[in-house]
Structure formats: structure tokens, C-alpha cells
Design a protein around this ligand. Structure first.
Ligand code: GUN
Ligand code: ZN
Length: 441
């Protein structure tokens, strides 16, 4: 293929690995990734093939045998909760009350909201996450600040103002009208910003903290805003489910609560979705719903085990999420490892896990025509990975077969292996240029 060298192009040479549909990998040991001035990939392939057919390129960054991977997609995490990672010892409902709600209430203060948003998006880039699907808090201003910070930092994100109008502490209880109007205004302001780099998700927290009216009106609002998302939690813990069934006795199950309120449809994200029966799986599939599997969180809160193979064979689209702070680490390498460890009887291979953290997530979000893998025509969201920054990984790992490199990354990787992060061709994080990040709010 001949490249049009009249355009301003940047090229990245290294070991390119990118998952494809059907479990295959694109694997170019000495590969070249060429990106145009709009951040769109114009070529991916072997360097030797490219060199034979094209004039020399001026602007090439050489990464040697380091990896160039698609950026990681975190399908579910909470921005304000970066301040309460690692606080364990309770199941979901008690943990929310004790640690999470007090810290979220602090986002009423816009200065705090700005500090925590800066911290959050720095962390996201540092972990190699190029798309985060993010719960903010109930505060409209804090959510607006989160969008503003993401816009400035070049992050890609789907963000939503949390909606809560029942069974919540007074500081986190909204009036129905405020919840709906605030969400609609933020969606109008931000959904589609910078050609879709930022998008909006209507975000009723869960059925526990939503009235029936909030859920049905939220559903109507969501359906009236083309391309927007609906993001919530589903069937995470048994205690939560018991409470939901007490509140909505006419519904057959937790999934049915959302179904009855118009929240099951394409472009939703149902975080967790652990405790599902056959009919729930059928309805999630027939409504084209998407799931975010959050294994680290499920370990941390002892919530249960996601029925991975059952969901996979049903054909429901799903990706993985860190669920910070119930997931204690933002690194999706750690989450991939936990997705394997938490299954008592299934082996989920490193190749498959990388697919879930990239292309699988993009498919679940209906964005696989734009991101999720390194292919000509897609936007250049990618990370440079160097395992040598992480002790415990054997020195010559990068000269080993690709599947073994991926295995080392999945079982030993974390934020330290990420050398730099690019969204739409723009470097938003470089380990070398960012020696120390402040972690105080
Ligand atoms: N369900 C409702 N809110 C939350 C939350 O903040 N974290 C988790 N893990 N589950 C929830
Ligand atoms: Zn969550």
C-alpha cells in the first residue's frame, strides 16, 4: 500500500499487537503505525513491507521491541472514588454508606471537584486507559468540571451525572426535576464534544436509590438523546437484590426492574450483572444490552462471580471495568488478571483478556468502528508498553513469543508498564515527562 506523504504524518515503530474479532491477534514484530494529522490511523503493518513500497518517512518514533497496543477501555469506574481506594471490610451497601457516600458528598465543593477530576484523569492516562466510562456524582457543577478537565487533558470519556432520589443520605438526595434537568443540560452541553471524544451517559446509580418515576423518566430522556448512553449497576450483591425486590415486588427480577422502566436497550452499560437467571440473560440479549464485568471489585466486596462463559455464549456484548474504588486499582492489567483468577473453573487466556479490555469493550459500546484495535481508518488510541519498568518480569521478556509477553503483562502488569498513552494520535501521558504525580485532594 502506498501512503500519501503530502499529509503531515507521524509514525511509531515497535512491536504492534492488536486483538481482532474471533480471538485472533494482529502481530507485527517490527511494525509501523502511521497516523495522520487528524489522529486517524492510515497504515498498520510490517516495517519491511512498508519500507519496500514507500519513500522514507521523516517523523518516526522508535520503540524498539517495546509493545504498541490499542488503548485500554475501562467500561465502568467512579471518578470521585479515587480518594477512597483500598478501604475494605464490608459488603456493598455498608461499604457505600461508610466510605463512598461521605467522599462523594465532598464534590459539592467545586474546588474539591476540580482537584479530584485532575487527579482522576491523570491516573486514567497513567494507567493506559484511553476510554473511561465514568460515574461522576449527583452534582451538576462537579460533573461539568469533570467534562472540562477531560476536554483539556485530551482524554476520551463517557461521563454522567449520577442520579439519586431515594434511600440515600440527605447530602446525596436530589429532587426528581433537578436530577432530570441537570442531566439533560449536561448531555446537551457535552455529548459529542470534539467529534465524539466526550460523550454523555445518563447515570441512575442503581435501583436501590432510584424511584420508579426517576427510572422511567430517565429512560425517556435517554431515548430522546440520540447516541447517548445509559449507565447503571445491575445485580451486584445479594443484599442489594433482596432490597430491590422488596421495593419492586411486581417485577420478576432485578433485570426486570430495569426492563419495566425502559432501561434495557442498545447503548446501555449494566455494571456487574453477576446474579442473573436464564430469563435475565435472554432479556439482556434480546434488548441488545451491554455489560461491564468488574472482577477486581467483585473480589474486593465479595459480591459473587460473573457468569463469564454463559454470557459469552449468549452473545451479549461485554467488556471489563475497574470499578474504582470497589476495584482497588485502576490498571486494567490488574483487572484482566482478576478476570482470570475469579473464575473457579474457566481459564481465560491473556489474548482473550486483552481483547475484552480493548476491542470487546469498544464493541460493547458500539464504538468498534472508531476505536478498540489498531487498524487503518480507526482513531489512533494506543499505548506504549515496556514491561522492564516492573520488577518481577524477566529481562528478556520482549524477545519471547507474543503470547508469553501478553501473559507476563496480564499476570504481572500494572501502571508501571505503561510508557506513554495516546488518544487520537495525541500523547496525553509520558512516563518520562511525568516523574511524580500528586495524590492529595
Ligand atoms: N452500586 C451502587 N453504587 C455503587 C458504587 O459506587 N460502587 C459499586 N461497586 N456498586 C455500586
Ligand atoms: Zn460501580
Amino acid at each position: 500500500m502506498q501512503i500519501d506523504d503530502t499529509k503531515k504524518l507521524r509514525a511509531y515503530r515497535g512491536h504492534i499487537v492488536s486483538p481482532q474479532r474471533g480471538g485472533e491477534l494482529k502481530d507485527f514484530r517490527d511494525g509501523i503505525l502511521i497516523v495522520d494529522e487528524n489522529g486517524v490511523i492510515v497504515f498498520v503493518g510490517e516495517w519491511s513491507e512498508f519500507e519496500k513500497q514507500n519513500k522514507p518517512l521523516k517523523d518516526i518514533q522508535h520503540f524498539g521491541d517495546r509493545l504498541i497496543l490499542p488503548g485500554l477501555i475501562d467500561m465502568h469506574l467512579h471518578l470521585p472514588q479515587v480518594a477512597v481506594t483500598g478501604k475494605s471490610g464490608e459488603h456493598l451497601l455498608k461499604w457505600l454508606e461508610r466510605f463512598v457516600f461521605p467522599s462523594e458528598a465532598r464534590c459539592a465543593d467545586p474546588d474539591y471537584a476540580l482537584r479530584i477530576s485532575n487527579w482522576f484523569f491523570d491516573e486514567l492516562a497513567r494507567n493506559g486507559t484511553t476510554l473511561g466510562v465514568v460515574f461522576a456524582t449527583i452534582h451538576k457543577q462537579a460533573t461539568d468540571i469533570a467534562f472540562e478537565v477531560a476536554a483539556q487533558k485530551g482524554a476520551r470519556a463517557i461521563i454522567g451525572k449520577v442520579m439519586m432520589n431515594a434511600n440515600s443520605p440527605p447530602a446525596l438526595t436530589e429532587k426528581l426535576e433537578d436530577s432530570l434537568n441537570g442531566s439533560a443540560e449536561l448531555c446537551d452541553k457535552w455529548h459529542g464534544y470534539d467529534d465524539g471524544r466526550l460523550m454523555y451517559a445518563f447515570t441512575p446509580r442503581f435501583a436501590v436509590s432510584s424511584t420508579s418515576e426517576l427510572m422511567s423518566k430517565c429512560g425517556e430522556l435517554w431515548h430522546s438523546k440520540p447516541g447517548s448512553y445509559l449507565h447503571t449497576h445491575l445485580a451486584e450483591s445479594q443484599e442489594e437484590i433482596d432490597f430491590v425486590m422488596e421495593r419492586f415486588p411486581k417485577c420478576r427480577s432485578y433485570a426486570d426492574v430495569y426492563h419495566q422502566h425502559g432501561l434495557l436497550a442498545r447503548n446501555n452499560i449494566m455494571a456487574h450483572s453477576i446474579h442473573l437467571d436464564e430469563d435475565d440473560v435472554k432479556v439482556l440479549k434480546s434488548t441488545d444490552s451491554s455489560l461491564a464485568h468488574c472482577p477486581s471489585s467483585n473480589f474486593f466486596l465479595k459480591s459473587g462471580i460473573f457468569p463469564y462463559r454463559k454470557i459469552e455464549s449468549s452473545g451479549i456484548r461485554f467488556g471489563i471495568g475497574s470499578d474504582v474504588a470497589a476495584g482497588p486499582q485502576m490498571s486494567l492489567f490488574c483487572v484482566m488478571k482478576d478476570a482470570n483468577y475469579i473464575q473457579p473453573d474457566n481459564w481465560i487466556s491473556p489474548v482473550e483478556l486483552l481483547y475484552r479490555a480493548t476491542l470487546g469493550g469498544a464493541q460493547a459500546l458500539g464504538l468498534d468502528h472508531r476505536i478498540g484495535s489498531l487498524e487503518a481508518g480507526k482513531e489512533a488510541d494506543f499505548i506504549i508498553v515496556d514491561p522492564s519498568n516492573r520488577t518481577g518480569i524477566i529481562d528478556d521478556i520482549l524477545s519471547q513469543p507474543t503470547e508469553e509477553i501478553l501473559s507476563a503483562l496480564v499476570f504481572l502488569g500494572d501502571d508501571r508498564v505503561v510508557e506513554s498513552t495516546f488518544v487520537r494520535g495525541k500523547e496525553i501521558y509520558s512516563r518520562q515527562k511525568t516523574p511524580q504525580l500528586s495524590h492529595s485532594v
